[in-house]
Ligand binder design. Structure first.
Ligand SMILES: [Zn+2]
Length: 290
């Protein structure tokens, strides 16, 4: 006690400065929010298989106040469904056959059956044939000679391609784990490839017929990027969005989603995953209001 008195009265200036510092930290910085977050985080006991946090104290629904939580984060902006990016979003129904989402996190349950039709030696779902040939014809009018490089693949074909890729990297000296990891960025494992839906196509041109990122710089690659949405197709694995799609940039891979969704995705510069999440979110809000 005497020591404290001695400190306070013997170091008046230091004491005043220390008090001012504490007041400054409390009122003019985000430190209290940081403390709150640390306290909040301490309620987290781990992460489950789906990457969701597990809480030591599971909150009941009536204990959760979303507004209060978000008010601490100055960056949070509530979703405004009136803004242009959400315009027309209510017209999309995720149960539509065109919107089937297939990726590593959303594998098909089984080999799906679809009515196929041949084009340039490859099969596609009969429902996309007209739009696809319309796109090829339009490109031709602009002097671009597109050609199919892949279409529908059944389970066994996809499995064969995937295993072939893993073996390729193993032969280069990678361990099985490493080879699998690299291979799965380039060829998706069976039941997780869009090619198994019949709605995805790989397209190259007679002038540039190599599946590499430079195809995106070729006349055909540029034409497809700019015009495919007019025929209901999207560039499915864009550059710079690999962390969302979990697939390398593939300027040759196009997916049919229909005219409206393709335009929406193109104009708003989205991946199909982002589109899917937005429509889900919108529908969630919509349902609550009803
Ligand atoms: Zn492909």
């Amino acid at each position: 006690m005497r020591n404290i008195k001695k400190f306070v009265f013997g170091n008046k200036i230091k004491f005043v400065l220390a008090t001012l510092l504490v007041l400054y930290l409390l009122f003019f910085t985000n430190l209290p929010i940081g403390f709150y977050n640390i306290l909040y985080a301490s309620n987290i006991s781990g992460v489950d298989d789906n990457g969701n946090f597990l809480y030591k104290h599971q909150l009941n629904e009536d204990e959760i106040s979303i507004d209060n939580d978000y008010s601490l984060n100055s960056n949070y902006e509530p979703v405004d469904f009136e803004t242009s990016i959400y315009k027309n979003i209510s017209t999309f129904d995720l149960d539509d056959w065109k919107f089937i989402l297939v990726n590593k996190e959303n594998p098909l349950k089984e080999d799906i059956e679809c009515d196929l039709i041949g084009l340039n030696g490859f099969d596609v779902d009969v429902r996309i044939y007209d739009k696809l040939t319309e796109m090829f014809d339009a490109a031709k009018e602009d002097g671009i000679n597109l050609c199919m490089a892949s279409g529908y693949r059944n389970y066994n074909t996809q499995k064969y391609l995937y295993e072939k890729k893993i073996n390729y990297y193993k032969r280069l000296g990678y361990s099985t784990d490493e080879a699998t990891q690299i291979a799965s960025m380039k060829v998706t494992p069976p039941l997780t490839s869009e090619h198994e839906t019949g709605l995805a196509v790989d397209i190259l041109s007679y002038e540039y017929n190599t599946m590499d990122s430079d195809f995106g710089l070729s006349d055909a690659g540029k034409w497809l990027k700019e015009h495919s949405y007019e025929y209901g197709f999207i560039l499915r694995y864009p550059q710079g969005k690999e962390d969302i799609t979990m697939i390398q940039y593939e300027p040759w891979h196009f997916r049919y989603v229909g005219d409206e969704a393709a335009e929406f995705i193109y104009v708003n510069d989205l991946t199909f995953e982002e589109f899917y999440d937005m429509v889900s979110e919108y529908n969630g809000v919509d349902n609550e209001e009803q």
